[in-house]
Design a binder for this molecule. Structure first.
Ligand SMILES: Nc1ncnc2c1ncn2[C@@H]1O[C@H](COP(=O)(O)OP(=O)(O)OP(=O)(O)O)[C@@H](O)[C@H]1O
Ligand SMILES: [Mg+2]
Length: 321
């Protein structure tokens, strides 16, 4: 005898007053809509990839909604204690920028291995040399000045997508490595002055600075520099005071403190966007395998688009085409 009970036919309850069509038609309509939607998606699916002019997905907000922010004409500061999730947060931004073939990518990483995975997508990759970092920032500064000279000639205020002038995404992982750890005091000062200038003036010229530091202290992030960053993302900090150094004075006392993030919950931080209230968000996490796959794919796209440099670690030459 079978172990299973005999299959019963589904009871087809036909309600009183059943009128054929009433039940069936909505299902047919739904199916037709679904088919039309699928066809529409198929039609729209192109290989364009993301654009730097679109919002960048950073993670999930507390209300379960995706946290996306446009970075064009803006800068972002990420700070928090070691291991809090800054580099993981940065990876989301770098991935978007690398896949977007309408922007250039300049990467600075004293640790080498975090942003190094994206080296083949970068126009310029600066590892742990302060000299190279200053040289690259000087090149960016002169590119910015040239762009402003052109804008001034054309009596315009900022670049636009129609220009064909590629925005440059400048990502610095561990600001303090260059501004307070290696080199002489003078070199560190020169580095800090150049970063400040790019953050202060770069936006309209399409230069987007995204900087991370594990030292949210006033010597690394003075108020005058912090206030230039339109977006501030405070990952776990040890004290309310250091959270306020990132987000701005007074936010901790109003209940928005990155010191409230439990040490074991990685990737959670408070994101403050210009003029808003800090939002607690969890950064999207790309595994190493996903980063390798995305970086390879992005490098191929850049190669196909004719904008790949794929320079070697030692080769810090290059420039903005
Ligand atoms: N959003 C996240 N989701 C899941 N795990 C995360 C997330 N963010 C960070 N982690 C985990 O925490 C580890 C440390 O994160 P990450 O390297 O980004 O820290 P960090 O703030 O850059 O540290 P450091 O200051 O030392 O560079 C990651 O390797 C990962 O395992
Ligand atoms: Mg890091």
């Amino acid at each position: 005898m079978s172990e299973h009970p005999p299959t019963q036919p589904l009871p087809l309850a036909i309600p009183d007053g059943y009128a054929p069509g009433r039940l069936v038609r909505p299902l047919l309509v739904l199916r037709r809509w679904a088919n039309e939607y699928r066809a529409h998606r198929r039609e729209r699916r192109t290989d364009d990839g993301p654009s730097i002019w679109e919002s960048i997905h950073l993670g999930i907000a507390e209300d379960g909604r995706p946290a996306r922010v446009p970075l064009i004409y803006r800068n972002m500061l990420l700070a928090g204690e070691p291991g809090a999730g800054k580099s993981v947060g940065l990876n989301n931004i770098v991935a978007h920028a690398a896949l977007a073939t309408d922007c250039r990518l300049w990467l600075f990483d004293g640790k080498i291995v975090e942003l190094g995975l994206w080296r083949s997508c970068a126009d310029r990759f600066v590892a742990n040399s302060l000299d190279d970092a200053i040289g690259a920032l000087l090149d960016l500064q002169s590119e910015m000045d040239q762009r402003y000279a052109v804008l001034d000639d054309e009596r315009r205020r900022k670049i636009s997508p129609a220009d064909g002038v590629a925005p440059i995404v400048v990502v610095l992982d561990e600001l303090a490595y260059f501004s307070a750890t290696v080199g002489t005091k003078r070199e560190q000062e020169a580095f800090s002055v150049l970063v400040r200038d790019l953050v202060a003036r770069g936006r309209a010229a399409g230069i987007i600075v995204v900087a991370a530091t594990q030292r949210p202290s006033s010597d690394i992030i003075p108020t005058s520099l912090r206030d230039l960053f339109g977006y501030r993302w405070a990952f776990r900090c040890t004290t309310d005071a250091s959270s306020d150094i990132v987000l701005g004075h007074g936010w901790a006392s109003r209940g928005h403190s990155a010191a409230s993030v439990a040490p074991e919950t990685k990737g959670i931080g408070f994101l403050l966007a210009e003029g808003g209230v800090p939002r607690r968000i969890k950064a999207a996490h790309l595994s190493d395998e996903q980063v390798y796959a995305l970086a390879d794919h992005a490098a191929m796209r850049r190669l196909a688009a004719g904008i790949a440099h794929g320079q070697d670690l030692d080769d810090t030459r290059g420039g903005v085409a």
